[in-house]
Design a binder for this molecule. Structure first.
Ligand code: KG4
Ligand code: ZN
Length: 398
């Protein structure tokens, strides 16, 4: 089954083609630089950028996946360079949650393509797609020497990995900006507790089986990524501050300052990060010159990061124990954070849990995870989404 998927819920315009679990192509155009000027995502600008970028991004994804001429909604000139190897069987897009005007661009474009091609359409919950993204694993990185076009040895060694689609030699499986060869390995699936942690959301979900899950808790105020970004802004760091705090923290002392760990000792699975942000605000009010000293700034970053990471790791492990699962997964932009990856790995090793972290390039928003989930839903005979349906900006994962 070959699916074209679009994702435009926030500030990344992304298109991907997936086929039988393989990510044939995945193109992502990030708007981070545009929004950095304003210190956060400006919805109107995001929508305008999606409109501008969507067609080139879709063209890139289709071209890389060698989608057949008949299916290619591009100009005559471009069509002539594309051999008709594969045809689309379905089209998918993020339906929610997200910024309404941003969602509209990808969702309506995908519905239109599905209508024009007379193919089924699947509207996807963005959080649900994050939830299953840790099962998409990298078979090889296209940046690894010798990997271009040649299925790496690791692929043959992995007994459970089905053969590459015959029509798609590995040379074609190198995805747009994502870079790498990715395969959704659901044969290894086991019940798990999943941490979804990004700029817009922080939640813990119990996943019983494929497509069957229940939210255990979520943030009652700010998301963890928002806490990184807002405390970083207070320190004078550029948006988004998460990656910068991660970088500076590597040479900082996480014990330099003792910031609160909100709801850490609360028995429930909810999170709260706005108190931590306020505490950093008061700290900087009392020590305004501190960020001017490079080492003091690194220590401050490491201390804030340590507070966020400790809460995320301890609450995730506690939820996994309470729910009697043997597996922990994590996804979403903040899962790129090196301290979080290290601490989760350490805690899971101590407790004997299997840990599956989403690949770094698939942690942030991407259409590959949307396409993979759409394929699982169609394979499970879940009915396609009507072309009359609208976006669901406030769609809450149950
Ligand atoms: O998943 P994502 O791309 O978009 C949302 O759905 O929000 O996540 C973006 C968030 C931002 O808050 C960004 O600061 C954070 O992920 N982030 C990080 C790191 N990389 C991205 N936070 C901490 N450390 C990182 N390395
Ligand atoms: Zn996201």
């Amino acid at each position: 089954m070959t699916i074209l998927a679009l994702e435009t819920s926030c500030d990344e315009t992304s298109a991907a083609v997936v086929r039988d679990g393989w990510v044939l192509s995945s193109a992502v155009s990030s708007q981070i630089k545009l929004h950095a000027e304003y210190g956060g995502v400006v919805p109107e600008l995001a929508a305008r950028e999606h409109l501008r970028n969507l067609i080139p991004v879709v063209q890139t994804a289709l071209r890389e996946a060698k989608i057949g001429r008949a299916d290619l909604p591009v100009s005559q000139g471009a069509q002539q360079h594309v051999p008709a190897d594969l045809e689309l069987d379905a089209v998918a897009a993020t339906q929610g949650p997200g910024l309404p005007m941003a969602l509209l661009v990808g969702f309506k474009a995908a519905q239109s393509i599905a209508f024009a091609l007379r193919k089924p359409f699947v509207g996807i919950n963005h959080h649900e797609a994050h939830l299953y993204s840790p099962w998409i694993r990298s078979i090889a990185s296209s940046h690894e020497p010798g990997s271009a076009g040649v299925p790496p040895a690791r692929m043959e060694l992995a007994g459970e990995t089905p053969a590459l689609p015959a029509t798609s030699p590995a040379a074609r499986l190198r995805g747009g900006n994502v870079g790498g060869i990715f395969f959704a390995d659901f044969t290894a699936f086991q019940p798990n507790v999943s941490l979804i942690v990004s700029g817009g959301h922080t939640m813990l979900v119990k996943v019983d089986s494929e497509l069957k899950h229940r939210v255990l808790g979520s943030t009652v105020d700010d998301a963890a990524g928002e806490c990184f970004d807002k405390t970083g802004k207070l320190m004078g760091l550029p948006y988004p501050a998460g990656p910068e705090i991660d970088r500076l923290s590597e040479q900082g002392n996480p014990k330099a300052h003792d910031f609160p760990r909100p709801l850490l000792n609360d028995p429930g699975d909810d999170f709260s990060f706005s108190g931590l942000k306020t505490s950093v605000r008061y700290f900087l009010r009392d020590h305004p010159a501190l960020p001017d000293n490079a080492q003091h700034l690194r220590d401050l970053c490491a201390s804030v990061q340590a507070a966020i990471v400790e809460v995320l790791v301890k609450k995730t492990i506690r939820a996994a124990k309470r729910n009697h699962v043997r597996c922990v997964t994590a996804s979403g932009g903040v899962t790129c954070n090196r301290a979080l990856r290290r601490e989760l790995a350490h805690a899971c090793e101590c407790e004997g849990f299997v840990l599956r972290l989403a690949e770094k390039s698939l942690c942030t928003d991407n259409a590959a995870m949307i396409g993979i989930l759409a394929e699982r839903k169609l394979l499970a005979n879940i009915a396609p989404t009507s072309l009359d349906e609208e976006i669901k900006p406030g769609w809450v994962l149950a």
